[in-house]
Ligand binder design. Structure first.
Ligand code: SF4
Length: 333
């Protein structure tokens, strides 16, 4: 494993000899020699708060965009995907807990801010996703890399839990083209148990939409965590009030980390999808192995049919219109 970075962090101040971090709503007050809750921002005494994961990569792959998941943005394209270590939440069912916790077994490779551009070009991709762990804990590196990527016409995507304070969000949002944000529950208590903050995540979703970023939302349906239908209904009502309404992915959970309940029942998945469809125009079930389709809301033709990450049918023309009726599709090409 590479040694940790000593790159100076942003969004913090000294407070009585401690470093107070303002990157996310936890606002950790970090004593000298200690790290914040995300494990990757450390108070290095005289040098202040440093971003230990700056320029360190734990995972790199070329993925189908449908895997992020993004269904209404450049369908069928491949995206260079990069992740590091660290997370601002503590979900007991985390699927990527080794990198979220920065487990000793994780090996890291050192890169510079222009490496994502080189890797993206070499892979023949038009976009880069910061994903796998929580990208906002990689804030300084993503900001530097994204400026370079945007200068070269490469789009930036984030797959995030949405835990970022409004001011740092305002700085990074203009660099981002598309985002998938986890909305993990819809009560403050449920969010607190996962180590997050509901109002912050709601603000991130609505701010990203207002900034013109393409937003899709993922709700991982976990038995015993967020399978209370009334709260979910309120969530879809809130999403219905956003303009434009974001795409919703209801994702099937599988046991991992500290959560051992059996995978989400298929019938429960369908019940939640039915509730969501009462309010939202585009609702997809994920991790089910089933096919899913995007349908033209004007003539009913199937615009895109997919199975897992493969596009089986595409009836959208080069201008983004339905090939049957000519209506503008909701999909960004
Ligand atoms: S980014 Fe990390 S150190 Fe900063 S407030 Fe959030 S959890 Fe704490």
């Amino acid at each position: 494993m590479n040694s940790a970075s000593t790159h100076k962090a942003s969004w913090w101040s000294f407070e009585n000899g401690n470093a107070k971090c303002g990157l996310c709503p936890h606002e950790c007050v970090i004593s000298p020699g200690s790290t914040g809750r995300c494990r990757v921002r450390k108070n290095e005494r005289s040098s202040g708060l440093v971003a230990l994961n700056y320029g360190l990569v734990s995972s790199a792959a070329v993925d189908p965009i449908e895997k992020k998941p993004l269904y209404h943005w450049r369908p069928g394209s491949s995206i260079l995907s990069l992740g590091t270590v660290g997370c601002s939440m503590d979900c007991p069912f985390c699927q990527n807990w080794q990198i979220a916790e920065w487990a000793p077994s994780v090996s890291l490779t050192e890169i510079t801010a222009d490496t994502p551009l080189t890797l993206c070009k070499n892979a023949g991709c038009r976009s880069v996703a910061f994903t796998y762990n929580e990208p906002f804990t990689w804030y300084e590196f993503i900001l530097d890399a994204s400026r370079i990527l945007r200068e070269h016409g490469i789009a930036v995507v984030l797959v995030t839990n949405g835990m970022i304070s409004p001011a740092p969000l305002a700085d990074i949002a203009p660099l981002v083209s598309a985002v998938n944000i986890d909305l993990k529950a819809f009560t403050p208590e449920a969010y607190r148990k996962l180590g997050g903050d509901l109002e912050t995540v709601k603000n991130t979703i609505s701010s990203m939409i207002r900034s013109g970023v393409h937003v899709e939302v993922t709700f991982l349906l976990v038995p015993g965590i967020n399978d209370e239908k009334e709260a979910f209904k309120r969530m879809t009502e809130w999403m219905d009030g956003l303009i434009p309404q974001p795409v919703l992915h209801i994702s099937r959970y599988f046991p991992n980390r500290r959560w051992e309940k059996p995978p989400t029942d298929f019938r429960v998945m369908e019940e939640f999808a039915e509730i969501a469809r009462e309010k939202l125009p585009y609702v997809y079930k994920g991790n089910t192995g089933e096919e899913s389709s995007t349908v033209c809301r004007n003539c009913g033709k199937i615009l895109i049919r997919r199975k897992e990450y493969v596009i089986l049918e595409n009836a959208i023309d080069r201008e983004g219109r339905c090939t049957s009726c000519g209506m503008k599709s909701p999909v960004i090409l």
